[in-house]
Design a protein around this ligand. Structure first.
Ligand SMILES: *[C@@H]1O[C@H](CO)[C@@H](O)[C@H](O)[C@H]1NC(C)=O
Ligand SMILES: *[C@@H]1O[C@H](CO)[C@@H](O)[C@H](O)[C@H]1NC(C)=O
Length: 450
């Protein structure tokens, strides 16, 4: 794998092919940065974008919004533009609502049960043409397999290659930049019925970068967008390229362009300019709607981080971030995707110790601590109810798998198992035969072993 050859994908965002070790962030500078409000699935958001080759529009560095047509439908207004010479000599405020009649909404960030998850965890992709496939599929497939191997409930389905420049709704079209952009980019977060893309340099985008891009396509936003990021990894606005963003004074820039205060809820209206918008936290999505702890907190090992000098032209913008992107994805990265697609490992109840006197299985209704499947490796024991009986109510529901559960045991799945100390003296709805006790939740076979 050409991992040694990459440049970071994000630097990517705007980075260049320079020898490794330099931090030339913007070899191919997107001189034409525009900031404004854009409609996303959860409402308008102020972002900074630039126009790509291939008729595509990118924001947040490496995230492709979609085609220019799709973007223009979602654009609300423009609040800032950088001048042609890279320095932001022009700071304009103008209202620019091209077609408010048809506001398109896009996914931005997702959470469990979001409509922007790939239905059934099935991701569709294709290459722009056979030549593209020949050139970059080894790296794209390897990066894909990093996610797939860690998250077996995802499936990736390759469909016939297609060079439609409008892309396809709900299928990721993977393209090579005809002229290297020194960027690796992918479409908006998660599934959407608009065009979806991955746009790569060849050579230039390596396993690390492409794995990050798949992370976006599966549903991960940049770690720095999390509401808890500023407290743990605050950014130095004055080191962001473009600062002071054409403002007369740094005080004005700090007040109007740096997205301060960096906390939720964001103040209404205009609050960031140019590349500083990349650091504005996103409120109301991602971990704030997480079901469980696997959204976690800000993760310094995430492959979705920004690097220490991101958007800084070599200056440190994130003192607490690493110089290079962590690789491979962290366990939290994997767990977030597992959570999104409903494939976290099952929570199995604690077992008991079958040795005489070593457990507290409830006497006399569930006193036997036994292995439901004694021959598998590292079996887990549980307190067995008599067939046809379940845990003694009140207070213990049929679905409380911390107290009682069924298992696909060697003898069948009719028996109820209970945790230590729980009595088992309630007759099941059906109390004889293979259909006994079906009202009690059955745990997967993974819970037969430790
Ligand atoms: C710069 O961006 C504007 C839109 O803000 C676009 O119309 C123009 O074509 C772009 N110019 C270049 C050189 O990319
Ligand atoms: C742009 O649109 C946003 C969202 O509707 C609004 O809050 C903001 O005031 C507008 N800014 C300008 C300059 O029109």
């Amino acid at each position: 794998m050409p991992t040694s050859k990459f440049f970071s994908f994000l630097s990517l965002s705007l980075s260049l092919l320079f020898p490794l070790g330099t931090h030339a962030q913007f070899g191919t500078t997107p001189t034409n940065l525009t900031t404004g409000f854009v409609n996303f699935a959860n409402g308008p958001k102020q972002v900074t974008w630039f126009y790509n080759q291939n008729n595509l529009v990118s924001y947040e560095g490496d995230i492709i919004f979609g085609t220019e047509e799709e973007f223009n439908e979602a654009l609300i207004n423009i609040t800032y533009t950088s001048g042609p010479g890279e320095l932001p000599v022009v700071t304009k405020r103008r209202s620019y609502p091209p077609s408010l009649d048809r506001i398109d909404v896009r996914s931005n960030s997702i959470h469990p049960h979001s409509s922007n998850l790939w239905p059934g965890g099935q991701v569709f992709y294709r290459y722009f043409d056979d030549d593209t496939e020949k050139r970059i599929s080894s790296i794209v497939e390897a990066a894909k397999n990093i996610w797939k191997d860690a998250i077996p409930c995802l499936t990736f389905s390759k469909v016939a290659n297609d060079n439609n420049i409008h892309g396809s709704n709900g299928i990721v079209t993977i393209r090579v930049n005809e002229k290297p952009l020194n960027m690796c980019q992918a479409s908006q977060i998660g599934f959407h019925t608009n065009s979806l893309w991955m746009l790569l340099d060849d050579p230039g985008c390596g396993l690390r970068e492409v794995t990050h891009e798949w992370g976006h396509l599966l549903g991960l936003i940049h770690e720095l967008k999390r509401p808890d990021a500023p407290a743990l990894d605050p950014f130095i606005c004055s080191n962001v390229r473009g600062y002071p963003f054409g403002k007369a004074t740094t005080a004005e820039a700090d007040a109007e362009c740096c997205g301060l205060p960096q906390k939720c809820p964001l103040p209404p209206g205009d609050h960031c300019c140019g590349l500083a918008c990349q650091f504005t936290v996103e409120c109301g999505d991602y971990n704030s709607q997480d079901d469980g702890p696997n959204g976690g907190t800000f993760d310094f090992n995430s492959i979705m981080l920004y690097r220490k000098r991101e958007f800084g032209d070599g200056k440190v913008t994130l003192p607490n971030s690493p110089e290079e992107l962590p690789f491979p994805p962290s366990s939290e990265d994997f767990n977030r995707i597992r959570e999104l697609y409903g494939c976290l490992p099952p929570k199995c109840p604690v077992g008991c110790n079958p040795a005489s006197g070593a457990n507290t299985c409830s006497f006399p209704t569930a006193q036997d601590c036994v292995f439901p499947s004694p021959h598998i490796s590292n079996p887990r024991a549980a307190c067995a109810c008599r067939a046809g009986f379940k845990a003694t109510a009140p207070g213990i529901s049929d679905t409380d798998t911390t107290k009682q559960w069924r298992l696909p045991a060697d003898e069948g799945n009719f028996r109820v198992w209970v945790t230590q100390g729980v009595a088992c003296d309630t007759l099941c709805d059906v109390s004889t035969g293979v259909d006994s006790c079906k009202e009690v939740v059955e745990l997967p076979a993974d819970c037969l072993h430790n």
